[in-house]
Design a protein around this ligand. Structure first.
Ligand SMILES: Cc1cc2nc3c(=O)[nH]c(=O)nc-3n(C[C@H](O)[C@H](O)[C@H](O)COP(=O)(O)OP(=O)(O)OC[C@H]3O[C@@H](n4cnc5c(N)ncnc54)[C@H](O)[C@@H]3O)c2cc1C
Length: 323
């Protein structure tokens, strides 16, 4: 059944959040030949709109431009989107599952009378209708959910579940629409990166992740060196953060960040479910652990059973010799 689907993109200062491409990939699959619109909100978004329209196969890129949308605010985004939804009546609005969309998506859904489903990782058209899959209980279980009733539905998609590599390429016209009356309920005085300019793991293409198995903070040196050589960011399991070996913005997992890099190297991480839920969408996972039975190996494409303190220096030498 062909559906009318919107991918509501996330951008800041003309830079797309990488989850935006994943939202478009999910929307394309969901539409099943129906209309797919990418919706961009902001001020001075011409360049980023052309980037989307030049890459993805879409019915159109809908550009909602207004100086009041220069900074994201939930009230501004909801007030700009509400009349558009009323006029266009999409069946689904697909968002990347980010802190931003989790903040305003339910509020928008309430305004437009839509259902809400967060953190979708898959969907299937079954005899009974459309069935979604989403993690529950911190990722221990996957729930299969079907939605009753009619009207639009707002869905956020988990990072890595609909990889940007599956995007259908093509092109799209840009459609400029007025934002109507934008209700900005907050004055943005400035924007600071979390952790004082710290790490944004959601954008990282490569991550060197460390676990309690490194033993102590003073053993981080070689891992930092490896990350530098690979152009990777450093991530960590929760005990590393709780021990104060790395700042909180490096934590990956159910109470940290969800990441989906191209390469995830895990050193001394056992693979508890609360960690896996935050990284198993990575394209290639390499795990190094001295315990051959560690659960991390169940999600890894490459597993190395070794003492990381011996393996990491050897890996550094191998990388250096190739560079
Ligand atoms: C509500 C809740 C939320 C949580 N949220 C998160 C979260 O967001 N992120 C998260 O990561 N965890 C989270 N946890 C904690 C989670 O349950 C695990 O305790 C944690 O992920 C384990 O971290 P770890 O793998 O580094 O440590 P461990 O489980 O202690 O594993 C250490 C691993 O290192 C290996 N090792 C030891 N020495 C070496 C060596 N020399 N060389 C190679 N391997 C070695 C061991 O074999 C072992 O597998 C949460 C828990 C709860 C209850």
């Amino acid at each position: 059944m062909a559906r009318k689907v919107w991918a509501v993109l996330q951008q800041r200062e003309g830079k797309l959040h990488r989850g935006s491409w994943e939202a478009v990939a999910a929307a394309q699959r969901l539409a099943q030949g129906g209309e797919v619109l990418a919706v961009l909100l902001g001020s001075e978004i011409g360049e980023v709109a052309r980037e989307v329209g030049g890459r993805a196969k879409l019915t159109a890129v809908v550009c909602v431009e207004d100086p009041k949308l220069a900074n994201y605010t939930p009230g501004g985004y909801c007030s700009a989107l509400t009349p558009l939804v009323g006029a266009e009546a999409p069946d689904f609005l697909v968002f990347p599952h980010t802190y931003q969309s989790v903040e305003y998506m339910p509020r928008l859904a309430h305004r437009i009378g839509a259902g809400v489903l967060t953190e979708a990782i898959a969907f299937a058209d079954e005899a009974s209708g459309l069935v979604w899959t989403r993690p529950i209980l911190g990722g221990k279980l996957h729930a299969r959910v079907s939605v009753r009733g009619s009207g639009p539905m707002c869905v956020s998609v988990q990072a890595g579940a609909f990889p940007a590599e599956t995007l259908q390429l093509g092109g799209a016209e840009l459609r400029w629409v007025g934002a109507g009356s934008v209700e900005v309920e907050r004055e943005i005085l400035g924007v600071e990166e979390a952790g004082g300019g710290g790490v944004d793991l959601a954008k990282a293409e490569r991550i060197v992740a460390v676990g309690r198995g490194i033993g102590s903070e003073d053993k981080l040196g070689p891992l930092r060196e490896l990350a530098r050589l690979l152009g990777a960011e450093i991530g960590a399991s929760r005990p590393v953060i709780d021990s104060g070996w790395l700042p909180r913005d490096h934590q990956i997992g159910s109470s940290g960040q969800t990441v989906a890099p191209k390469l995830y190297l895990a050193f001394g991480i056992s693979g508890a479910i609360q960690h896996l839920v935050g990284m198993k969408g990575s394209s290639t996972i390499v795990a190094v652990n001295k315990d051959a039975g560690a659960p991390i190996f169940s999600v890894a494409q490459y597993g190395v059973v070794a003492d990381l303190h011996e393996f990491v220096p050897a890996l550094i030498e191998a990388v250096k010799s190739r560079q």
